[in-house]
Each structure stands twice: as C-alpha cells, then as structure tokens.
Design a protein around this ligand. Structure first.
Ligand code: MLT
Length: 319
C-alpha cells in the first residue's frame, strides 16, 4: 500500500507504517503543484495530512487515491464533499490531542488573568511594574463557560473543576453523564456569553459556527470577560473582536487560531488581530505536544492498518 505523508509526522508512526508493509513517502513541504504531482504519482493510495490543505484539484490528481487521513481532530482543511463525490474516504483522529488543546486553553486563561506575556515583555525591557500587574482577578469561583462540550470541551471542564471554577456549557446536545461527573450545568448559548468570566470555544468551523462570535455577541458579554479560541479561526469575527477589546466591551482574548492562518511552512505572518493589546496569540500549537502527536500518529497507524487488512475505514467522516 502506497502512503504519502504531506506534513510533519512522528518518526515512530512512519516506522510503524513501514512495519505494516506500506511504502511510505514523506514530504512536509508539499503544496500546490508539488502536492498534486506527488498525489498523482507512485500509485498513492493513502494521503496523510495535518495542516496541508486538500482541495478538489488535489483529489482530481490522485487517480489511485482511496483514503485521506487528517492527523488531527478537525477536517475543515479537506474538501470532504468533493472527496465523497470522487469515492475517496476521509478519516480523522478525534480525541487524541484533546488534553493538549485543553492545556493550552488553560495556559491562555492564566496568561490573560495574570497578563503573563506583558509581565515578561516588560521585565525584558527593564521595567518593574508590580502595581500594574498585581490586579488579576483570579480563577477560583469564576464562571467558566464552555461552548461545545465534546472531547476537548470536556478536558477543559475537568481542569476548570480542579481550579474550583463554576462550570457552565452550551451544546446542541446534552451531556448528562459529564454534567453529573463534573457538576457542570447546561445553559443556553446566550447565557454562556452573558454569565461567563472566561468563554472557551470548542466547536468545529462550519456554516453554523462561522462568526458565531461577532459584535452582537460581544455586546452581551461582561466587560471583564476573556474569550479563548483554540478551535478554529473564523468562529470569531476578528475585526469585531478587536473593536470589542479596544472599546472595553470585553477584557481580552487568547487565540491559537486565526481567520487567515499562515501555512505551516510560512516563516512570516501579518495577523492584525495579534497586534491588539490584550490579545495573546499563539501559533496554532494547541495539538502540538509530543504526547499528543505520538497519540495522533498511533491512531493514524491504526486506521491505515485496519484499512489495509479489512478495507474498513475507522473514524470515517464523509460516509
Ligand atoms: C486538530 O484539528 O486536531 C488540530 O488542528 C490539529 C493540529 O494542529 O495539527
């Protein structure tokens, strides 16, 4: 079975794919023409991607392509509908990086509350400002509102409980066992926006969620609220976010994802929202811990192994 890995991928996973008898080609720099050529050559049957976008022209080039695996949870970077039309199956690796994303979410929450990045920056500039930075409100007893209590939202709630926070969530479905386990309450989306001191978004990007946070939503939030987005850029309207922070409608934001994100291979970026005071931005690294990437690689190997032996596609997302 010919496998092409068009992104960075754990060596242990590559070794295991070879042990399964796969012929593995890896090239993390493939994009555009080079990706189309690679997918079209060597009888590529399985394509594994992380950040690399797979659009219909890439699919069209893959005459032998049967399966695309997204080495992560989200699959909005792959044209799944076009893949379906061409009879190409798409699978993902849900849950493998949830803890990593939840950890970064908490990193951003603590960073916002204590203004850690500004502290560091001032110290580096020789400024001592205990008075200014001694104004944090703290996390204990604050309301943590989680939009989307799926795998990642759940891990955020677990950590919120450990921090003694008051937990609420909104979701299209009720999660009764999680409610019982964590004492988290299901409320309306509007209530999450209105009541929360920290609002964390853990939803996929689709037509329903695009710009689900924009000016009308910011207008209902507390002026002391922080919003954290480690899901997908596009869920928050970045221009409206900048205005909301600059006009004091909310206190700040922690972002790991952006509406127009640079490619993994880019070395420069110009993200206007990252220039806003009290926006603490990271480089879409939520899933990027060693443990999470190993777990993802293992799941990819499991999917390829099952597909090779039985033809079944685990975690099939475009049936
Ligand atoms: C995900 O969808 O799980 C993350 O975006 C994965 C990643 O950053 O690789």
């Amino acid at each position: 079975m010919n496998v092409l890995i068009a992104d960075k991928f754990e060596q242990a996973g590559i070794d295991q794919l070879c042990s399964l008898g796969c012929t593995v080609n890896t090239d993390a720099d493939l994009t555009g023409d080079s990706l189309r050529m690679a997918v079209g050559s060597n009888g590529c049957e399985v394509l594994i991607v992380r950040s690399t976008k797979v659009s219909d022209d890439v699919l069209a080039a893959g005459s032998s392509l049967k399966l695309i695996i997204r080495a992560g949870a989200g699959f909005d970077t792959i044209d799944t509908a076009a893949a379906k039309q061409r009879g190409i199956k798409v699978a993902n690796c849900p849950g493998m990086n949830s803890v990593a994303v939840a950890e970064l979410t908490f990193g951003l929450m603590l960073g916002l509350d204590r203004r850690i990045p500004d502290n560091v920056s001032d110290l580096r500039g020789g400024v001592w400002n205990k008075k200014e930075y001694g104004k944090a409100r703290g996390l204990k007893g604050r309301t943590l509102g989680i939009v989307g209590l799926g795998r990642i939202g759940y891990e955020v709630a677990v950590r919120g409980k450990a921090f003694d926070m008051d937990l609420i969530y909104s979701d299209v479905i009720a999660h009764e066992s999680k409610e019982q386990e964590l004492g988290i309450r299901r409320v309306s989306y509007k209530e999450v926006l209105r009541e929360s001191d920290f609002i964390c978004l853990h939803v996929p990007l689709n037509d329903e969620t695009r710009h689900m946070i924009s000016t009308p939503q910011f207008e209902t939030m507390k002026s002391t609220a922080f919003i954290i987005n480690c899901s997908r850029g596009g869920v928050i309207d970045e221009k409206a976010l900048a205005t909301a922070i600059e006009t004091g409608q909310i206190a700040g934001a922690g972002l790991d994802v952006y509406e127009h994100e640079p490619k993994a291979t880019d070395r420069t970026c110009s993200l206007d929202v990252a220039q806003v005071n009290r926006v603490y931005g990271t480089h879409h690294i939520g899933a990027s811990t060693e443990q999470a990437q190993l777990a993802v690689a293992q799941e990819v190997v499991r999917i390829v192994g099952e597909f090779k032996i039985t033809g079944e596609v685990l975690n099939w997302v475009n049936p």
